[in-house]
Design a protein around this ligand. Structure first.
Ligand code: AMP
Ligand code: MG
Length: 550
């Protein structure tokens, strides 16, 4: 059979080329002078496949029918390790909530190996929740079903939206129970254990560079930098051997900054809130990584964070994400500075100056990209000049005044007629977007007459601007629908999938995965998945607030 697990070719560059921890015992420890520890998953009782992403399987060269092979569940649960695999956990550090946390590492993730794809690409398969590693610290290395459903669905939803992200091949339940104190209230309870197999060209994070840098271990740091540039950034043209020159190192940091900006713009335009933007959760490839207490903005509130652990300072709130990514890049710059500085010969172009250029690339990419994204969301060719900036800024402030569903609003704006605006009554003009406003006794900021009048005024300004752009309503709608999704993984939708999966019914999970494959398409039989958050989900845990305890 072709397309089976045993047909995969592994090319395990990370473990072949980089320094390993010589200790192969599975005991918690500090690891110096190495970038990973070899460690095997701990077997589980009864692996059952709940879902696979066919496209991810195909990308790896697997036939989707692989799911029917009993070996697949065993491998994706960590019970069986293929001969060609070389499992390991990476050691990294990070700033958590702004504070240096020292050594962290893959505490509940084990990379199995790197699949060589047909086109010569590499895909690391990584199990999340496969049991303890040397980096598990005081925790168990396991993951529960609810967090695994959320990771599986969201990484695929993000991919189909076009957001750079790690992928998810499979979701298996383990047959074991995992004890979690979901609310941090002293009431731990057993939950269904699960494992997601994540897939990405590399799972290296900013924190992987920070840890050796924090220890003054430039030798280990240099090895990781060289490996990353040569393997994951071939377009930078680094020499295959010897010292990588300063300009290539600088170009690399600038490219990381650019990619990070592109990713953040995507989060912002779709209303995604990561929730734990610690430096150990930022990918060196600019991929969205580590789906934990993330959330989707429903009522548009830039101050919102889904993460209960962050409720006080709200460091990782929606509106703060662009600044936090910049701050995180600054930490990465600090980490790689020591290996750049000795190479600098021109005082005008010393390491700090080059890294600052990289930081500037982030700011420029973000500014330009965000303008383009907003223009596209509004159905305009571009935002040019002060009046356009005001139109956009006024919208963002108007969106916060009454509880307004971000996704529904942008989607429905496409239906407002700019062509006939001048002859429409206020009521008819605003009618298409009314569905975006939350209503009912629970709503703290309802749509008052005054706010509604402000909406009418804004829509009339927007319509005038759209007409000046010269696009027909029909043409504009096609373009807007291609950038303003109908379907995102609303927090309550993920919870519906979890509730059903908890009762051994993966159908909601499958239906959601299927719907989220085409987030920009109208899918009339799936209108229920496009509905804004129902009242019951307003305060329900998992739907509005999430903890890191997963
Ligand atoms: P996070 O903020 O979820 O990205 O996790 C921060 C650190 O805690 C990482 O080193 C994780 O590997 C580790 N960690 C989180 N949950 C667990 C767990 N259940 N068992 C072991 N380590 C964990
Ligand atoms: Mg993490």
């Amino acid at each position: 059979m072709t397309g089976a697990l045993n047909d995969l070719t592994f090319d395990n560059r990370f473990t072949r080329e980089l320094p390993a921890d010589p200790d192969t015992s599975n005991t918690r420890r500090q690891v110096q002078g190495a970038l990973y520890s070899r460690v095997h998953p701990t077997p589980v009782a009864d692996p059952q496949v709940l879902a696979i992403a066919d496209e991810v399987a195909a990308d790896l060269g697997l036939d989707p029918s692989v799911v029917d092979d009993p070996q697949f569940a065993q491998v994706m649960a960590g019970n069986e390790v293929l001969d060609a695999m070389d499992p390991f956990a990476m050691v990294y550090g990070g700033h958590q909530f702004g504070n240096w946390a020292g050594q962290l590492g893959d505490g509940r993730a084990i990379a199995l190996g790197e699949v060589l794809t047909e086109d010569g690409g590499h895909r690391t398969l990584q199990l999340k929740g496969p049991g303890p590693t040397p980096y598990s610290r005081t925790a168990d290395g396991r993951a529960v079903l609810r967090s695994s459903v959320r990771e599986f669905l969201c990484s695929e939803a993000m991919h189909h939206l076009g957001v750079p992200t790690t992928r998810a091949l499979s979701l298996v339940t383990t047959g074991d129970q995992v004890v979690r104190d979901m609310f941090y209230d002293g009431n731990p309870a057993p939950e269904t254990g699960a494992i997601v197999c994540r897939v990405a060209p590399s799972f290296v994070r900013f924190g992987n560079f920070q840890l050796p840098a924090s220890r003054g271990d430039n030798d280990t740091l240099q090895k990781l930098v060289d490996f990353t540039i040569r393997n994951d950034f071939p377009e930078l043209g680094a020499p295959t051997e010897g010292q990588i020159p300063l300009d290539v190192l600088a170009a690399w940091f600038t490219e990381v900054a650019r990619r990070t900006a592109v990713m953040i713009i995507d989060w912002m335009r779709f209303g995604f809130v990561h929730g734990v933007m610690n430096t150990d959760n930022l990918s060196i490839l600019g991929l969205t990584i580590d789906y934990g207490p993330y959330g989707w903005l429903e009522d548009f509130d830039p101050g919102w964070t889904p993460n209960t652990t962050d409720a006080t300072n709200r460091r990782y709130r929606y509106g703060n994400q662009p600044q936090i990514a910049y701050w995180n890049l600054g930490q990465l710059a600090n980490a790689i500075h020591p290996i750049m500085e000795p190479l600098a010969t021109d005082p005008e172009k010393n390491a700090a100056a080059l890294l600052t250029e990289g930081m500037d690339m982030y700011a420029q990419t973000f500014e330009t990209g965000w303008n383009d994204a907003m223009a596209a969301k509004l159905g305009l060719r571009e935002l040019s000049g002060d009046a356009d900036q005001e139109l956009s800024a006024d919208l963002l402030s108007l969106l916060t005044r009454a509880e307004t569903d971000m996704t529904v609003f942008y989607r429905k704006l496409a239906d407002v007629s700019a062509e006939t605006e001048a002859s429409l009554s206020d009521q008819d003009l605003v009618a298409p977007i009314l569905d975006a406003f939350y209503e009912g006794p629970e709503v703290r900021y309802p749509l008052t007459d005054e706010i509604r009048a402000d909406w009418v005024a804004w829509l009339r300004r927007w319509a005038v601007r759209v007409r000046a752009d010269g696009r027909s309503d029909a043409d504009r709608k096609i373009r807007m629908d291609a950038v303003n999704p109908k379907f995102v993984l609303r927090n309550y939708l993920a919870q519906l999938a979890i509730d059903a999966a908890d009762k051994d019914d993966p159908s909601v999970l499958h239906d959601l995965l299927d719907t989220l494959r085409r987030p920009f398409d109208e899918q009339p039989d799936r209108e229920d998945f496009a509905a804004k958050r129902p009242d019951w989900a307003r305060v329900r845990p998992g739907c509005s607030m999430l903890s890191c305890s997963s």
